[in-house]
Design a protein around this ligand. Sequence first.
Ligand SMILES: N[C@@H](CCC(=O)N[C@@H](CS)C(=O)NCC(=O)O)C(=O)O
Length: 361
Amino acid sequence: MELKVYVDRLSQPSRAIVIFCKLNKIDFEEVGIELLKGQHLTPEFKEINPMGKVPAIVVDGKFKLFESHAILIFLASTCPGVADHWYPVDPYKRAEIHSILDWHHSNLRRGSTEFIQNTLLAPLFGRPLNPQAAAEAEKVLSSSLSKIEALWLKESGQFLQGSSQPSIADLCLVCEIMQLEFLDATDRNRILGPFKKIQRWIEDMKNATKPYFDEVHQALFAAKAKLQMPLLSIALKLFQGAIDSRRQNLRHEPSRGLSTNITFHLFWWENTTSAPALGLPLDPQAAAEAEKVLFIPVKDKSLFGLKGVAGGNQPSIAYLSLVLDEKDCSRILVLYKKVQQWIEDTENATTPHFDEVHQIL
Ligand SMILES: N[C@@H](CCC(=O)N[C@@H](CS)C(=O)NCC(=O)O)C(=O)O
């Protein structure tokens, strides 16, 4: 198998893939895609990942895959010699790993990336820092960390679910938390300080994945050192205008991964409709932001061929999850005939249960 791995080591899911490949002696070629240079937005890279995100892989020059969790599952399932503990064959253990991975994207990752963006990185992408968004993100992040500490780190073993050896879920979550190294010590200590088990677990993961964990994270520490250079911040301010106008041009680019889009659908729904039921105010500005993100990828689902996600002519669980989530976006969906047809097809393929279960809406 010829494997090309497209990554930027400053990206946490990219690091998880590189560490996994090195550790498991998987033969691969690492192709650097520098986010800060916009290399993920070039037409060439979008041929590989139409979402314009790293990581992505290409196998034997033809099979292309994005989304880090899916990539790790694919590699663990197909590459010879990967130890069972990374992605156990036992369906119960496997299901628990999937559960943690799905949770990761809309909780820990959401809190961590939003916090880092809004306290530090936003100006690099032409956006202002947003202390209010950072404060909200910190709540999500801290709540996620407390869930990991209370639910999944147990006395029976060093790793998630009390296992004695790590799985791909340990790798993804720890790489995510390592991104907090970008922060200054005060922020990082305030956030991570209360979580002693998590601190111990990070050390255990470093040891379990030696020497690759430190090697691959070098890029992060080097970038942090650069970010702290005062000269660089002055240069960034000077270039702010140029970056701004570039972002304007990119505004209409699809730029979010599929699982993130689903999360944005939820934000949109919450801020236009359901928040009062939870005792929260509606936030039209947040809804408008979420809608911008949601809108583009719905159109872009034509990229999947719609009549055959992954080439099948029968629906998969992916169809079911996406359709369930977007069924009620009629205002948005009205423009997208193929998506409407696909919802109809999924509805027919799951009749009568689809309509029966949607009754409650
Ligand atoms: N859910 C995706 C997330 C991918 C992602 O957000 N990658 C970021 C880097 S960490 C990226 O490429 N961002 C570029 C952009 O959004 O323009 C995964 O797990 O692979």
